[in-house]
Ligand binder design. Structure first.
Ligand code: ZN
Length: 335
């Protein structure tokens, strides 16, 4: 039977990372099912925000959460951002089905934050399977390394195996499905994430998120507008075709609109503002003495050129501004 494990964020909203990681882990195997808390509980942990945590406080919070949330929550892993007393990076009360870890130093010992989160989720899943097996002080490149010396995290994350001693100890609780899921399938996910970290960084940046992530919201708006402007400038530079560069800007805007269900209309409105500013360029440039002519330019004609007459229309930017205001007002009403 599969282990159902809930993964909850404490203190800081790391759900975009967590969601991505558990989706990958769930897809790779069937023996461990990782879940985010349901919508009503998603934000419960976020107000438990400290720069430094005591482990007892974390366990206490988790116990209370479990009681209040009810339902069958046999296993819960908490992910927090703050530091943990005594320089711990995490810990577990495996018999009670509780574990936690911090992503505070996630980029110091390995490259991919996704691999880091996946590694610890698997590490604690293994402890839930065999709560009796304890960590050993020395470092053997084993899941049960104590890792008092923090850079060992990077080593353990690369080796992803058990030492012989732990392999023997773990046998009574192991079966083929658990072995396959942890050491063949999920370990492969971690290795892939770490090896191709730059690829996944780009890929996940573009992946749609379902969990609420208003923390990345503002940066998203800024990023998308800068990205849209950069892309449209590049296209304009290469093609010399003004409308095409506007379309590129709009495509980026629409992409952002779809990316995150939160405050979509605000983003789309902001995109239209940018669009209005860009569509005014032909008129502004005309006022400055540059001519943007319609139709095909002659060879050697250095004027910027337009293929559509519509941009000669002075009302066009105003129409975009009005549309932008309508969308943003609509967004305010919705939120
Ligand atoms: Zn070991």
């Amino acid at each position: 039977m599969a282990y159902v494990i809930e993964v909850i964020a404490l203190g800081q909203n790391q759900y975009p990372y967590i969601e991505t990681v558990i989706n990958l882990l769930n897809k790779s195997q069937e023996e461990f099912i990782y879940r985010l808390p349901p919508e009503r509980l998603l934000k419960n942990g976020l107000s438990f925000s400290l720069s430094r945590y005591k482990k007892e406080d974390v366990y206490e919070w988790l116990e209370k959460y479990r009681q209040a949330a009810k339902g069958n929550r046999r296993f819960v892993i908490a992910i927090l951002k703050g530091e943990i007393d005594n320089n711990f990076f995490g810990g577990s009360k495996a018999k009670l089905g509780l574990a936690y870890f911090s992503t505070n130093k996630k980029n110091l010992f390995n490259k991919s934050p996704y691999a880091y989160i996946a590694y610890f989720i698997i590490r604690y899943s293994l402890k839930f399977v065999s709560p009796e097996v304890k960590n050993h002080e020395d470092t053997r490149g084993c899941f049960y390394d104590y890792m008092g010396y923090k850079p060992d995290i990077g080593e353990s994350l690369k080796s992803l195996r058990l030492c012989d001693e732990c392999s023997l100890k773990i046998q009574p609780n192991f079966n083929e499905e658990i072995y396959d899921s942890i050491f063949l399938k999920m370990s492969k996910v971690i290795k892939r994430l770490e090896l191709w970290w730059w690829f996944y960084k780009i890929k996940f940046w573009f992946a749609p998120q379902k969990a609420p992530n208003e923390q990345v919201d503002n940066s998203w708006l800024f990023t998308s507008i800068s990205l849209g402007i950069a892309a449209s400038l590049l296209v304009f530079y290469l093609s010399g075709w003004f409308e095409l560069s506007l379309i590129i800007f709009l495509v980026v805007g629409i992409y952002v609109f779809l990316h995150n269900p939160k405050r979509r209309y605000f983003r789309l409105g902001a995109t239209l503002f940018g669009f209005a500013a860009l569509s005014g360029i032909p008129r502004i440039s005309a006022a400055m003495g540059y001519k943007m002519t319609s139709g095909n330019p002659e060879v050697g004609n250095e004027d910027w050129f337009l293929k559509l007459d519509v941009f000669d229309e002075p009302l066009l930017p105003i129409a975009f501004v009005i549309a932008g205001i309508i969308l943003m007002t609509f967004d305010r009403k919705e939120n």
